[in-house]
Structures are given as structure tokens and as C-alpha cells.
Design a protein around this ligand. Structure first.
Ligand code: BGC
Length: 427
């Protein structure tokens, strides 16, 4: 089998500050750890020690021929207390951004990726409308400081995942279980994005840059029924789809807030994305108000179904709402032994290459194994293996495969035979 990438497709890798940097920064995941909520008891203060090893990581990435890197910055590190800015942290990120540029790596910068400084968390974070201004102050600071180094931004990563895990399922900090809170968080985050979108554009415009691109990273999944003939399954699938992703996608992309979300007076209908940013992992099989998985489906090490076609099904749906270039800003899998990752990558890139959608970037999640939120260090998603004791990085077979695909502009017969053909998923 051969997969030829369309000319416009570039491959990159993604990461998030909290998952790689390490350090006690006074954020809600440092706190969540001290309260014993990480399944394998690993500490986000260790992670991959990237804050210290950033140069080594940049060099390794460049050696892997990576030209696009989606990375984050840590709000709590930059603003350790309300109204305070740590200039050494700013200088650190500037040095890292400059260095990446020198290596020919273009950065897509994520401003918020799940983690809050504790001073913001204690105020109620995104549950309160009056807290929106703290996030916008941070966005302003970021564009002032890094605006000349970065043209492309993700304002917020996966507001739906953040809101539901933190406020509905109670598995992430602050561990609440309230539907109405989760809804307020999604509404407020949509308002945050739209205001940040306008702000980033106007600030960079006044700095003389006309190449600004802004979006939010939209976590989407397919909700299919376990039994399409069962009306209850159908109703649940529709409602889950709407509550989890339909309403927020529309609100944040177009300013059209529909039940149960609520907008704000200063938000009018418009177009608030320069590109569609899709994070896609899996499909849910619905038979009630919970997360189900098809029994006979191929699965990854966390039990998530591997369903490549879903990437296109979800993306097509969003493209109908707003026609924009598409970046897949996350796609990847938990494969602790790296036994099927090349097959997973191949199948997802195959559906991308066969589709007519204007997908121009694919960022693999993730560059190296890292701190996987409540799963801690036990779930490995990386192209690069990390030995957490020594912090030694070793490129996995999937990482070598990734580099070769970049060099070849696709998956040749030889690459397929060497890296993909022998592999299988779990059933
Ligand atoms: C998140 C990542 C996370 C990945 C795998 C995405 O939803 O943005 O931070 O590591 O999923 O669980």
C-alpha cells in the first residue's frame, strides 16, 4: 500500500506546557497531585523536565525533520501571582521561540491548555464571567511579549474536555460534578476565545504583521449508537453530541450561542476562526448517557477505539459550519510499547490524503511521552521514548517512520512494508 500526501500537507508534532515542562509552578495540576489524584502517583513537577532540556528537545525535533511544532506556555509560571509577571519566564520562552525559529521550526502557540494558576483557580477560574478579564490580560501580555516571534495561535485547548472533566465528571481539578457549572465554563470559554481572537488580530496588526492566524483546538469525537434501531440510543447520541461538541463549536466559531450555552452582550454573530483546528482520537458508542466502546473494535492501551474514518466524519461536519483551511492539531494514541503506532498514523494519514477537505497540517500527539494528566506517566503517546528516571530521550520506531514520511512526502511501499505491515491492534 502507498499513501501520497497532497502537496499542501505538512507534518508536525504537538505538546502542552504542563505535560512536559515539570516544576512546581503553583498551578492546579501541582495541587491536584498533592491531593493524591494522579492514578500512578507520578508528579507533574517531574514530567519530561523540558523546561531545562528544551534545547535538547528542539535539536532532536530538528534532527527528526519536524518543521511545525504546536507548543504551550505555562500561565502559572509567567504569572505566579495575580498581577505579577515573572520576567525570567518571559525571557526563557523568548529564547526557546527564537531558537526554534533558527532551526526552521514554525510554532503554533497554545495559550491555555487545561492548566490554571492557583490564584485564578481560587477565584473560580472560568466558572465566572467576571474572571474572563484575567484570561484576556494574559493573552494581551503574551501577544505583547511574543507577538513578533509567533504568528499562529490556539487560544484555548479543548474547552469541552476541560469543562466536562473538571466540572461534570469531577476527574480533573477542581473535581466538581455539576452540569450547570460545566455549561457556564463552556460559555465563558467561548466568550474568552472570541475576545482573544479579536485582540490577537488587532494587536499584531498594529505591530505591522498581517499574517496572524488564530483558532481554538476543538476536541471532536464521533458519537454513534450501539444499536441504530434503538430510539433511546439515538436520542442519547444526539444529545451527547450536542452538549459535548455541537453547541460549543457553533458558539465559539460563529458567536451563535444556543441552548444550553449563554453568550454575552458584546459578542455578535461573526467568524472567529482563521483555520479549523481538530483534535481527534476516537469514537464513542452510545447506549445511554455515558462513554461506551464497541466490543469488537480495535483499541489502544487506554481502551479507546481506533477509528480513522471518524477523523474525516467529524471534520467534514465542522467544515460545513465555517469553510476554513484545516489543521489537525492533535491525533495520536496511547501505545506503551510502540507496537501499533505506525499503523495508527498510517491509517489516519491515509484517510486525510483520500479526503477532499483542505487539510494542510497534521500535528502528531505527541512529540515525546509525557505527563498524561490523571493517567500520569503510565500512558505513553510519544514518537520519542522518555526514561523518566534519567530523562533520556530515544526515538521510537514510530518516530523514525514519521521522519521518513516527511522526507518521502508520503508512505512508500517500502516504508509500509518495513514499518506498518507487520503490526496489529488489540481486539
Ligand atoms: C489533550 C492532550 C492529551 C491527549 C491524550 C487531548 O485531549 O489535548 O493534552 O494528552 O488528549 O489524552
Amino acid at each position: 500500500m502507498e499513501v501520497k500526501f497532497k502537496d499542501q500537507l505538512s507534518l508536525g508534532v504537538a505538546s502542552a506546557a504542563t505535560q512536559i515542562e515539570g516544576g512546581e509552578c503553583g498551578h492546579n495540576w501541582n495541587d491536584w497531585y498533592t491531593r493524591g489524584n494522579i492514578k500512578d502517583h507520578s508528579n507533574p513537577a517531574r514530567a519530561t523536565d523540558h523546561y531545562r532540556l528544551w534545547k535538547e528537545d528542539a535539536d532532536l525535533m530538528a534532527s527528526m525533520k519536524i518543521e511545525h511544532y504546536r507548543m504551550g506556555i505555562e500561565w502559572a509560571r509567567i504569572c505566579p501571582n495575580e498581577g505579577e509577571v515573572d520576567e525570567t519566564a518571559i525571557a526563557h520562552y523568548k529564547e526557546e521561540l527564537r531558537y526554534l525559529k533558527e532551526q526552521g521550526i514554525t510554532v503554533l502557540l497554545t495559550i491555555h491548555h487545561f492548566t490554571n494558576p492557583m490564584w485564578f483557580e481560587r477565584k473560580g477560574a472560568f466558572t465566572k464571567k467576571e474572571n474572563i478579564r484575567y484570561f484576556l490580560d494574559f493573552v494581551k501580555l503574551i501577544v505583547n511579549e511574543f507577538g513578533s516571534l509567533v504568528a499562529e495561535y490556539i487560544t484555548i485547548n479543548e474547552p469541552n474536555v476541560y469543562a466536562t472533566n473538571s466540572y461534570y465528571f469531577g476527574e480533573w481539578p477542581p473535581g466538581e460534578k455539576s452540569f450547570s457549572r460545566a455549561v457556564s465554563v463552556m460559555s465563558n470559554m467561548a466568550v474568552c476565545h472570541i475576545n482573544a481572537y479579536r485582540m490577537i488580530h488587532s494587536m499584531r496588526e498594529s505591530m505591522g504583521y498581517h499574517d496572524t492566524k488564530v483558532s481554538f483546538a476543538n476536541h471532536v469525537r464521533v458519537f454513534d449508537t450501539q444499536n441504530p434501531g434503538n430510539p433511546w440510543h439515538c436520542i442519547c447520541a444526539k444529545l451527547l453530541d450536542w452538549f459535548f461538541q455541537g453547541a460549543i463549536t457553533e458558539a465559539i466559531s460563529t458567536g451563535n450561542f444556543k441552548w444550553p450555552l449563554k453568550g454575552s452582550k458584546d459578542i455578535s454573530h461573526g467568524e472567529y476562526l482563521d483555520f479549523i483546528a481538530i483534535n481527534y482520537y476516537t469514537r464513542s458508542t452510545v447506549s445511554g448517557f455515558g462513554d461506551g466502546v464497541r466490543q469488537d473494535a480495535p483499541k489502544n492501551d487506554l481502551g479507546w477505539e481506533i477509528y480513522p474514518k471518524g477523523l474525516i466524519r467529524c471534520t467534514e461536519h465542522i467544515y460545513q459550519l465555517l469553510k476554513r483551511p484545516i489543521y489537525i492539531t492533535e491525533n495520536g494514541t496511547c501505545d506503551n510499547q510502540d507496537t501499533f503506532r505506525p499503523k495508527y498514523i498510517c491509517e489516519h494519514l491515509k484517510v486525510i490524503s483520500q479526503s477532499n477537505l483542505p487539510i494542510s497540517r497534521y500535528y502528531h500527539w505527541c512529540y515525546c511521552d509525557n505527563f498524561e494528566w490523571v493517567e500520569g506517566e503510565s500512558a505513553r503517546f510519544g514518537l520519542v521514548h522518555v526514561d523518566y528516571e534519567t530523562q533520556k530521550r530515544t526515538i521510537k520506531a514510530s518516530g523514525r517512520f514519521y521522519t521518513k514520511m516527511i522526507e518521502e512526502g508520503g508512505i512508500t511501499e517500502d516504508l509500509y512494508r518495513e514499518y506498518v505491515e507487520p503490526l496489529k491492534y488489540h481486539y
